[in-house]
Write a protein that binds this ligand. Sequence first.
Ligand SMILES: CC(C)(COP(=O)(O)OP(=O)(O)OC[C@H]1O[C@@H](n2cnc3c(N)ncnc32)[C@H](O)[C@@H]1OP(=O)(O)O)[C@@H](O)C(=O)NCCC(=O)NCCS
Length: 181
Amino acid sequence: MGATGSLPLIRDAGPDDLPAILRITNDAIENTDALWITTPFTLEQRRQWFEDRLAQGYPVLVAVDPAGAVAGYGAYGAFRSFEGYARTVEHSVYVSPDHQRRGIGRSLLRALIDHAKSAGFHVMVAGITADNAASVAMHHGFGFRNCGTLPQVGRKRGRWLDLLFMTLCLDDLPTVEKDFS
Ligand SMILES: CC(C)(COP(=O)(O)OP(=O)(O)OC[C@H]1O[C@@H](n2cnc3c(N)ncnc32)[C@H](O)[C@@H]1OP(=O)(O)O)[C@@H](O)C(=O)NCCC(=O)NCCS
């Protein structure tokens, strides 16, 4: 996938973007409850994740600010590995704190939705910490629907966390398809 706009530029991530992706991810790990991880990733772990996503044919996109800096990234991958889930993907979007509230998260999410539609996926799933108001509002803006909350399935920084699932249907395929595969 190539560029989809000029401000911010959304493009496929490359290996040179991994230090910025690592920095943005680790900031979210250390300073937010968006990721239920407490130990920061290493560059090697992010490289492995990136290579795995590409090898499986999934996108990793970055948003680049006018100065050329990576301001955020978005990606999607398998929701679950069993073949019955093959047309469902789960995505994530992260924007560096100094670039938030400038439309970058929205641009990344729009690009991920467009990519997943083009790739023929049926449903996108967001698993969101239930009190992450920014992410919930951003997803509602694209028509994602609340599909249920799993109370207290996570714990971080001394408190229980609820997991909200939001989904977006990407096509209008009927419930029963004649030539379903
Ligand atoms: C959630 C996140 C990706 C949003 O990215 P962003 O670039 O700041 O968001 P945008 O400027 O594109 O805003 C898009 C919409 O999101 C919502 N939003 C964004 N920040 C918000 C905030 N602080 N409070 C409430 N709503 C907010 C709004 O609906 C906004 O639309 P509006 O500007 O028309 O009101 C960003 O805050 C982030 O990376 N947070 C930390 C990591 C995280 O939570 N990732 C999501 C994991 S599921």
